[in-house]
Design a protein around this ligand. Structure first.
Ligand SMILES: [Zn+2]
Ligand SMILES: [Zn+2]
Length: 217
């Protein structure tokens, strides 16, 4: 399985950086886009740089209904795609998406998206959010949007699918850095407030993240 970061607060090469997050999951026989960044224009631009066509995306999973994760949606919707979103999304947005895609799947509890790609289900009380859990040989990989429900709660929920060996994504205000000690690979992106401290504390297991990064799992 391979991940490509399409949209992030940082970028490399010819890709543009912007506040937001989007990551492409290339699984065995499918491509899943996790979140869509803030701007459709920047998302389209970065996808073009990566030679990624919207029609090649089989499924889109949206972590939570914040503008920096759903803002680029219209640039990637197409009639064949399936969209997985937390059940708590507003009915306006659900309706708008449903008109443009093959199917909208409302997520509540843990479940499967494709073989080897799961959702934690919507977690959290204030801002509800789903994270993805990817099966790899080394254990499961947790992919977060902003981690508003708390990284620890998300990792705990992900253990339903196996032992967590890697966490990737926005960790927001997560500050109990010692809780990452048991995790073998840490890839903090997007809104992670303590990114520099995480890198300093775990230099041997942190990887750089930004638009253009390719992560082999
Ligand atoms: Zn965010
Ligand atoms: Zn957010």
């Amino acid at each position: 399985m391979k991940l490509r970061i399409v949209y992030d607060n940082e970028a490399k090469g010819s890709l543009k950086s912007d506040w937001g997050f989007s990551c492409l999951i290339e699984a065995d026989n499918s491509k899943i886009l996790f979140d869509t960044g803030a701007s459709g224009d920047i998302l389209s631009y970065n996808m073009k740089q990566l030679e990624l066509k919207r029609e090649s995306i089989d499924a889109i999973a949206l972590s939570h209904e914040h503008w920096d994760h759903v803002g680029g949606l219209d640039a990637v919707l197409h009639p064949e795609v399936e969209v997985y979103l937390p059940r708590s999304f507003s009915s306006e947005l659900k309706k708008r998406i449903a008109k443009q895609v093959a199917k909208v799947i409302e997520v509540s509890g843990p479940g499967d998206i494709t073989p080897g790609v799961h959702t934690t289900g919507e977690l959290g009380l204030m801002t509800k959010e789903q994270s993805l859990v990817l099966e790899t040989e080394g254990g499961v990989v947790v992919l977060t949007g902003c981690a508003h429900p708390g990284l620890k709660n998300i990792v705990d929920a992900a253990t339903y699918f196996g032992d967590v060996y890697c966490v990737i994504g926005g960790f927001h205000g997560f500050d109990k850095l010692e809780l990452l000690r048991g995790i073998k690979k840490i890839i903090p992106c997007h809104c992670t407030a303590r990114k520099k401290e995480i890198m300093a504390m775990y230099p041997e297991k942190v990887e750089w993240c930004g638009a253009g990064a390719v992560i082999e799992l």
